[in-house]
Design a protein around this ligand. Structure first.
Ligand code: PLP
Length: 471
């Protein structure tokens, strides 16, 4: 028998600083949990129903809510994507507006398309191409200026571990009578320790969507959405979740969410403590050999409120090694897989599934790379404008349903894009349907292409052509 996918997957055995957080099943194996095939079932007597839970799923969701500090928790089998879609569609009517920092995930824009919701964007501060914090005065002023804004959606932490002050944002939101949704796709572990940035539920958010598969250990595609307080119409949220998710939810995924909570209740504190101590030691050793990494101290400007140290962001450009090259060397020569890289940095996701040996291997590799490849010269960064906020001409839904045509990408200045252009990872659109194409955007995208950054969302993946709205 030739299993194409299985054969390939089993042949990959790398040190993992990428998602999923269980790290090749290591956490499950540690707890003797590998025999799961017979758990793949459907709604039969005794197995309950995700869409109207009354039995084991209800019990498990209540336990999760208690653990994370929510009033209601819903299991997701279509990722945080389905959580973001449903949260937006449950809190905003068509034509209403949501205030969103521009570094949001594609699923947030998809929610606007599906719900006919209008975006009001604010631009985060940018440091070397990375979104940092947001200015809370700007946020508050937008709320004062535009009474049509009904909700705020904040991504926190972002892909690079950068955190904003959710507690303050929550106070501002509630002062103006708005609902605060937090896309906490990268922060489901924050609740585990006071040493980590504050989690969104503790900070006062109304709805929180978490990819427990990324930073905890549930299976890929399983996530949770939590609700706290009485500002959210729970029945409407339930309806939207039901609409945006499969009618055949996987019991393997739901069970992995349940197991995640079970393990965390028993050992969460111990596991996160180990992880934090391993990371502190790792960072100290990097400091000693003068390798730069992100930390709260180093990012204290740029409106950064806090930093999640479990996101490893390393910059070796001062030794002439850019992020793309560093990721490639780690993978090809040292068998270490990072989560992603950009032109300057590599990004790793460290979770309670990582052991001390993983950090030692990464440290030793970085030290050797510095010695072998380091040229002690700073790479000249090309002068490009990262601080681009495209002009929204049509709302995303109007754009998707408008008449379109293909035109040459380099001659598209002034046209309205009918499609996304999204570097993946991190999955944050540079251009969304309905936005005007400017010279800055074309230059920015051209540079990403030159650096072999994977771009998605376009019909023509070579990006010779782009789909625009017919004038
Ligand atoms: C900020 C952010 N939000 C939402 C998502 C979507 O999460 P999921 O993959 O669980 O659907 C991602 C995925 O990378 C993300 O980075």
């Amino acid at each position: 028998m030739k299993n194409i996918i299985e054969n390939k997957l089993r042949s990959i055995d790398r040190v993992s600083f990428h998602v999923p957080g269980h790290k090749h099943g290591r956490i499950y194996k540690n707890y003797g949990l590998s025999n799961i095939l017979d758990l793949d079932t459907t709604e039969i007597p005794g197995t309950d129903n995700l869409h109207s839970p009354e039995g084991i799923i209800r019990e498990s969701q209540i336990r999760a809510a208690n653990f994370f500090g929510a009033d209601n928790t819903f299991f997701l089998v279509n990722g945080t994507t389905s959580g973001n879609l449903s949260a937006l569609m449950a809190t905003l009517n068509p034509g209403e507006k949501v205030l969103v920092p521009r570094n949001c995930h594609k699923s947030v824009v998809s929610g606007m398309i599906m719900g006919g919701i209008e975006p009001v964007y604010i631009m985060p501060q940018i440091y070397r191409g990375i979104s940092m914090g947001i200015d809370l005065h700007t946020l508050e002023n937008k709320l004062k200026e535009d009474r049509q804004i009904k909700a705020i959606l904040i991504t926190n932490p972002n892909y690079y571990g950068i955190c904003v002050d959710i507690q303050k944002i929550s106070k501002i939101a509630h002062t103006y009578g708005k609902i605060l949704i937090v896309d906490e796709a990268h922060g489901s572990h924050l609740t585990l320790s006071e040493e980590l940035p504050m989690d969104a539920l503790s900070a006062g958010a109304d709805i929180v969507c978490q990819s427990t598969h990324k930073t905890l250990m549930s299976f890929t595609q399983s996530s949770m959405v939590h609700v706290k307080g009485n500002r959210v119409d729970i029945e409407r949220l339930r309806f939207m979740l039901s609409m945006n998710q499969s009618t055949s939810p996987s019991y393997l995924l739901m069970n992995s969410l349940d197991t995640t909570v079970a393990i965390l209740i028993e050992d969460g504190k111990k596991l996160i403590e180990n992880l934090i101590r391993n990371l502190e030691e790792f960072y100290k050793k990097l400091e000693n050999i003068n390798i730069d990494y992100f930390s709260k101290k180093k990012l204290s400007t740029y409106n950064v409120y806090d930093y999640d140290l479990t996101r490893i962001v390393i910059d070796m450009t001062k030794y002439g090694i850019n992020g793309r090259l560093l990721e490639k060397i780690l993978y090809e020569k040292y068998n270490i897989q990072m989560e992603m890289s950009d032109t300057n940095h590599i990004v790793g996701v460290a979770t309670i599934g990582n052991i001390k040996d993983d950090f030692e291997k990464l440290y030793e590799a970085l030290e050797e790379i510095k010695n072998i490849y380091g040229r002690q010269e700073i790479i000249e960064e090309k002068s490009i404008n990262y601080n681009i906020m495209p002009k929204v001409v049509l709302n995303p839904r109007q754009a998707v349903y408008s008449k379109k045509k293909n035109i040459d990408f380099h001659n598209s200045i002034g046209y309205i894009s009918a499609e996304y252009i999204i570097p993946y990872p991190p999955g944050i659109p540079i251009l969304c349907p309905g936005e005007e194409i400017s010279e800055d955007i074309i230059n920015h995208i051209t540079l990403l292409k030159e650096n072999n950054i994977n771009l998605t969302g376009m019909k023509d993946t070579s990006l010779k052509f782009i789909q625009v709205i017919e004038k």
